[in-house]
Each structure stands twice: as C-alpha cells, then as structure tokens.
Design a protein around this ligand. Structure first.
Ligand code: HEM
Length: 584
C-alpha cells in the first residue's frame, strides 16, 4: 500500500512483537543476515526497504502487499493515533514480520524513512530511533523523562524491584548501593573467577579430545553456544552470590530451574499480550505452573544464600569494603558487599530481586557475546590467526590475569566488535513520562519532533551500530576499526569517534563514540556490569583460542538466528575443535 489514502496514517505492522528487557521478536532468520564481510547489504539504493544476504539470491524484494497486510493496515489506521508532526511513518506490512526478527525490518525502515520514524502495529505505535544525537537526549540529557514502559510489565513478575524494571525511587536507592560494588579490586578478583571457570570448560574439552584421540580422531564437534551458556551461568553465580552452579560439568535441579525461568522470560518477551496476567492462568496452564515452581525453587535458593550472608555479616563502611583483600577472600561476591555495607540495610525481598536481576541480566548476554565472537572469527581466518598470535605472545601457556587482559588488546576489540554487530539486546525500550521535544538528529527535522506523554520508544541499538552514516563498512567484521579516530564530518551535534575522549578505558564505549556505539546503554541506566561482562568475555575467548583451533561445523548460512532476550542461534553454534598444534 505504498501510495494510498492511508499514507499519512500509521500502518499496521503486527505479527510477533516481542517486548522484553532485553528486546524481542522470536522469529528465525537465515544467518547470513548477520554474518560478517559481504554478507549483509542493502540490496537497493537508499529508499528501498529490503536487506538480504548475498547468498540467498532467491530472496526477492517484496513489493506487493497481501490481503492480510492490507487488512492489518486498515485496522491500525483505525485504532492507532495519527501522525506525530513531521515525523515520518513507516509503511510496513504484516507479512514483513513473519519471516524474520523485528529489528531487521526496523533497519529497512530506518534506511527508507530516516533516523526517527513512527511505526504502528495493531492499536500500538512506537517511535523508532536510530540516531546517536536523539538517543543521547533520551538516555542521558533527559533520562528521567522516561521509564522502561512495557519492559517493566514483562520483567516485574520475575525481577520484582530489581534495577532493570524498578520504579524510579527504588532504582535511585538501589543503584547508589549496587554500582560501587563493581569496584576495581572486585573486578580484579573476578578475573580470577573467570579464569578458574574457563579452565573448567577448557579441561572438559581436552578430556573429550583425549577420548577422541584414543579412537584415532583429532577433532570433536561441540555446540558452543550451550557451553558458553553454562560457563556464563557458573561465573555469574560465583561473582554475584558466591554460589557454584557447576553447570559446566553437571546437571542439577537448580540449574534446570534457572533455565526454565529464562525460557519463560524469553517466551513472555516474544508475546505482545501479557497472557501470564490472565486470572488463574498461573495455576491452570501447565507451563505457567512449571514457571512458578522454577521461580520458587530459585527464590528459595537465593533466600538461603541471603540468610547465610546476613548471619555472617561484618558491617563496614563502603570505602573500607572496597579495600578488602578480594583476591584472598573466600567470598568476594557482590552479595557479601551488599550485606556488609554499613547503612544499607535492606529487606531480603529487595536483595533477592537484585540478585535475580543480575543473574538474568548477566548470563545470556555474555554467552551471546562469546557465541557471536567465535562465529565471526571462524569466518575470518586471518583475524583468527591474529587473535591467536596475540594470545600466544601475551599468555604463552599461562593462565589469564588482570594484567594480561590489559595486554590482550586485539581480543578486547574482537569482543566489542562482536557486540557492535550483535548488540544484546538489539533494542532498548522507553516510555515518555511527560511530553518532550526530541532533537531532529542527523538528516532529521531541524525543529525536532514533539512527542506526547505516554509515547513508547524503541531505541534501535542494532541500527545505530550498523548505521551507514556513522560507520565505515558498517556490516563488516573489523575489530581494528575502534582504533581509528573518526571526525564528525559536518554532522552537527555529534562529536565523532575519538578514543582519547575516555582515557584509560580498556574498551570503547558510548563516550568515545558519542552514543554511536552503545552496547551497554548510556546515561544513568547504563549497565552496571559492563566491565565485568567485557573482561569475562575477553578471558573466556582467550583461554579457548589459546588451546583450540575452532571452525564452524557447517556453513555460516546454516546457523539460524533467533531473538528473544538476546540474539542467539536457533539450533546452536556447532563447531569443530582441534587441539592447537602450533600453540606455544
Ligand atoms: C555482555 C553482557 C551484557 C550486556 C550486553 C548488557 C547490556 C545491558 C544494557 C544494554 C543495559 C541497559 C538497558 C536499558 O537501558 O534499558 C543493561 C542494564 C543492566 N545490566 Fe547489563 N549487560 C551485560 C552484562 C551484565 C552483567 C554481567 C550484569 C551484572 C553482573 C548486568 C547487570 C545489569 C543491570 C543491573 C542493569 C540495569 C541498570 C540500571 O537500570 O541501573 N549486565 N545491561
């Protein structure tokens, strides 16, 4: 319905819209879409909507709308509000969304309509933002004009008043207490935990290779996404509440309960209708019953850990807490810090919500970074070689350490480049609490865009990270790109990309890129665990590549992509592992 009388009105784009903390849309997509090098391109010049893979030549641009599209467009125009001043309106089609994750379509419309546009589906309308200047306004300059909107509804039953869904007053109190917990000595002690846990994973693989060797084989096939998930679960358990899930080597009821809860959180995030709020559904629908049981199991486990920590409380001032000898403490966890902090008495329920939030926020996200880093490296043998050469020269056969992480520059860049191409989550969600005037951003309306209170907003990190206006060769895997300065080149209101803006930072961040690179959000609601996660990924990747050569088992195209809480694979990341023959 390219040029109809409905042109000025919003258009239905429904299908599975998925709202979660951590974003949405759970439909699969051929992997070439997100792979490196030449795989992703815009098939027509600006103005076209179709992005596709070079290798899927049958994937013809869709120009015709079907009956369902037209019906859904009509419905939206009827139900949803009108236009927002001069803001462009995306004309999509419901059929666009059935074959692929939402954020791919959002990219097409970004290229077609610009960096701020309105998208409507069913009775709902969202403003989609893909511009660093506008994102900076929402996340930092006017941050308290926005809350998490629909995201909070979805997460509240699981995370309660944890930092991510918390109302503003709770958030202010808890953020002040939790953020200091991620201090330098804690992170240094965590590098030891990352190393110990990665060592368990490596030794598991070595044992499998030994068995294979005794049969005359040299290669094993492994599903690495699941292995990374176990590793990240063990790390978050030890780092946040000093509990060893031991999931790399065993199954246990608590691990099953964690995965059950994560599964449901993901499922909820892929449904627009809050089915879990239907009266009695919790007790009648078997999956909901299972979810309640899983949740209770984890909550009981967390309650026990909190009880123990409180029984052994040693109340101390924050400054003293931050100077403890973390490397030699038996319990260096964040829970210990939170319980011991003087003046931060808090009820057990709030503490449990905090722990649950960090368990969920810090687990799948990091596993996804490792998955995509390996996926990208495996397709780029020269970059893989460079990564392994760096590991050999920094580590030799030694274990990773905090000092080593500082020297593993290329591995750190591989990690952030994986996060650029596969941001976790690909979309952030906000809702305007008051009316606001958004800046126009690059190429937008100079007078900006007025939005009313209640406007729901998607901040597309995926679009920002692959914007042709802010990145050279935006779809290519080039870890080295972060070393280069990039001038603002006439983009008014954007300061350009300048590593010197954040001196001493181990990893590129939103300050260096003036909000063009936003893997951990920005402003007051920025991720508290960013350095934890980045160092964890660096250590795990370095230890894996120190010992093994890794290849994809099948073609990159056979790795299908799905999104829920994070961007992950549909059927796992199947790889072939061999002991490195040329390791030092
Ligand atoms: C690679 C791994 C990770 C990624 C990509 C990631 C990403 C993010 C992003 C984008 C946000 C901002 C959400 C928003 O503005 O709506 C966020 C918030 C948060 N993350 Fe992370 N995260 C990661 C790991 C972790 C870890 C390891 C922890 C804890 C140990 C953690 C705890 C949190 C918390 C508590 C918040 C809420 C902060 C607040 O609202 O004050 N994350 N994360």
């Amino acid at each position: 319905m390219a040029t109809s009388v409905l042109h000025q009105l919003p258009t239905v784009v429904n299908g599975s819209i998925h709202l979660n903390d951590f974003s949405f849309v759970g439909v699969s997509r051929p992997p070439c879409f997100h792979s490196s090098a030449t795989h992703l391109f815009i098939s027509k010049p600006k103005g076209s909507r179709i992005i596709r893979c070079q290798s899927t030549s049958t994937d013809e641009p869709k120009t015709r709308r079907n009956l369902l599209d037209n019906a859904s467009n009509l419905l939206t125009n009827f139900l949803s509000g009108g236009s927002l001043g001069s803001m462009p309106i995306a004309e999509g089609a419901v059929s666009d969304l059935f074959g692929r994750p939402l954020f791919f379509s959002l990219y097409d419309w970004f290229i077609e309509h610009g960096s701020v546009y309105k998208l409507a589906f069913g009775p709902k309308a969202f403003v989609v933002v893909s511009d660093p200047i506008v994102v900076r306004h929402i996340l930092r300059e006017n941050a308290f004009c926005y809350d998490k909107g629909v995201l909070a509804d979805i997460l509240e039953p699981i995370m309660g008043k944890g930092l991510i869904p918390a109302d503003i007053n709770t958030w202010k109190q808890r953020r002040r207490v939790i953020a200091p917990g991620f201090h330098a000595l804690y992170l240094e002690a965590m590098v030891k935990i990352f190393t110990d846990c990665s060592e368990r994973t490596v030794s598991k693989f070595e044992k499998l290779l030994e068995v294979e060797d005794s049969r005359g084989g040299k290669t094993i096939e492994l599903e690495l996404e699941a292995e990374f998930s176990s590793l990240a679960l063990d790390i978050i358990g030890l780092g946040v509440f000093n509990y060893d899930f031991g999931s790399v080597t065993k199954e246990s009821p608590v691990i099953k309960a964690v995965y059950g809860t994560l599964f449901e959180a993901e499922h909820r995030s892929t449904f627009y209708i809050p089915y879990w709020k239907i009266p009695l559904a919790t007790w009648i629908v078997p999956r909901q019953r299972k979810f309640q049981n899983d949740l209770k199991f984890i909550n009981d486990c967390l309650d026990g850990l909190i009880r123990n920590a409180k029984e052994t409380r040693q109340e101390t001032d924050v400054e003293k807490l931050q100077q403890r000898d973390y490397l030699n403490l038996k319990d260096a966890s964040l829970l210990r810090f939170l319980v011991d902090m003087r003046g931060a008495d808090v009820d057990d329920r709030q503490l449990r919500d905090d722990l649950m939030t960090m368990l969920i926020a810090g687990h799948e996200t990091t596993a996804a970074v490792l998955t995509w880093a390996v996926f990208l490296l495996a397709q780029n043998p020269s970059k893989m070689k460079r990564a392994q050469a760096e590991i050999d020269s920094v580590l030799g056969q030694e274990r990773t350490s905090y000092e080593a992480v500082k020297k593993l520059e290329y591995i750190r860049l591989v990690v952030v480049e994986a996060l650029r191409l596969y941001p976790q989550p690909p979309l952030l969600i906000r809702r305007a609490l008051k009316s606001d005037l958004l800046p126009g951003g690059y190429k937008g309306d100079k007078d900006g865009y007025a939005i009313p209170a209640g406007t729901d907003i998607f901040l597309s990190v995926y679009n920002l990270h692959r914007s042709p206006y802010f990145w050279d060769r935006p779809h290519e895997f080039e870890p080295e790109r972060f070393l280069r300065q990039r001038k603002s080149e006439g983009i008014e209101g954007w300061a350009g990309f300048d590593p010197s803006r954040s001196p001493g930072a181990l990893y590129p961040n939103e300050i260096i890129s003036d909000f063009a690179f936003l893997p951990f959000g920005g402003g007051p609601r920025k991720c508290v665990g960013d350095q934890f996660a980045l160092m964890e990924s660096t250590v795990a990747l370095a230890m894996l590549l120190q010992k093994f050569d890794v290849e994809l088992k099948g073609s990159p195209e056979s790795v299908e992509l799905v999104t829920g809480a994070t961007i992950h694979t549909k059927n796992g990341l199947w790889c072939k592992l061999r002991k490195r023959s040329n390791a030092h």
